[in-house]
Ligand binder design. Sequence first.
Ligand SMILES: NC(=O)c1ccc[n+]([C@@H]2O[C@H](COP(=O)([O-])OP(=O)(O)OC[C@H]3O[C@@H](n4cnc5c(N)ncnc54)[C@H](OP(=O)(O)O)[C@@H]3O)[C@@H](O)[C@H]2O)c1
Length: 279
Amino acid sequence: MPYLRSQDDDVVALPHEIADITDAERLRRTIEDIKPRQIINLAAYTNVNRAEREFTLAHRVNAEGARNVAEIARQLNARLIHVSTNFVFAGDKGSPYVESDLPSPVNVYGKSKLAGEQAVYAAYPSSLILRVGWLFGPGGQNFVATILDRGLAYRVALQQQVALQPIRIVVDQRGVPTSTLDVAQAIGQLVSSDITGVLHLVPRGEAVDRFSLVTEIFEMAGMQVAIEPSFSSEFKSDAPRPKAAILGSERDSEPRIPILRNWREALRDYVDSEMQRRP
Ligand SMILES: NC(=O)c1ccc[n+]([C@@H]2O[C@H](COP(=O)([O-])OP(=O)(O)OC[C@H]3O[C@@H](n4cnc5c(N)ncnc54)[C@H](OP(=O)(O)O)[C@@H]3O)[C@@H](O)[C@H]2O)c1
């Protein structure tokens, strides 16, 4: 079968081409064929800027697609973990958002993901909706990887004696950087638990603004790069972004809730491995 399978066939990863979550009937046949006991839905429309122009597509994937997955999971009596985002919040609370806070997204992406959460809950109330934010990790582009690439390009330009402007980084967006490896490990624990509802998966360590985060990334990478603080309003962006959609959790004392290590520890591991991979 053309699915990606783990060696012991415990995990079947379905790529977009095989399992389009907006095509309910084909998706149902594909999933019924596998007969999973657990389903983790990571499929999403994630282009925050483009979503402002592609409202219909963002909703089709993030709301209707999510509902399709939930309905199939319910029919198969499979446990469902649906991944969502800190972007369901406006980012103006002044302290971390906990699970009982009322979402109020400021852009189309956030609205479509919130509609997805509501559709999942309505279709299959015993699902687990997992909100995460500011992800970094191996196997794809992310903010930390982009900063390392920019630092390396800066270093090359410096060696070639090209005149350089400092890299401008915003100080007015705050979050908690979260390792996808740690999230994956936590999902591994949650999948065999009976925890339901909304859960914020957030590592230990205080929130940080992007400028301070970049300072730490360059320090960890041993790079000397000139950076300059700036503000979001100085950059052109199609989508408004929440300034501080920082997640916290009021559920972390419940039994069987995974504890994520401090984000700085995870970030250091990631920066080390990315620096070894780069020339
Ligand atoms: N990255 C973050 O910082 C962050 C933060 C908070 C929450 N999240 C959430 O985490 C989850 C994973 O995000 P990510 O960062 O890994 O995003 P990503 O890299 O864009 O991955 C999303 C995946 O979904 C696939 N997809 C898109 N439309 C689909 C469809 N109709 N049917 C099936 N698959 C489809 C995409 O395939 P194509 O590439 O072929 O379109 C892609 O493989 C999402 O729910 C996202 O909302 C991410």
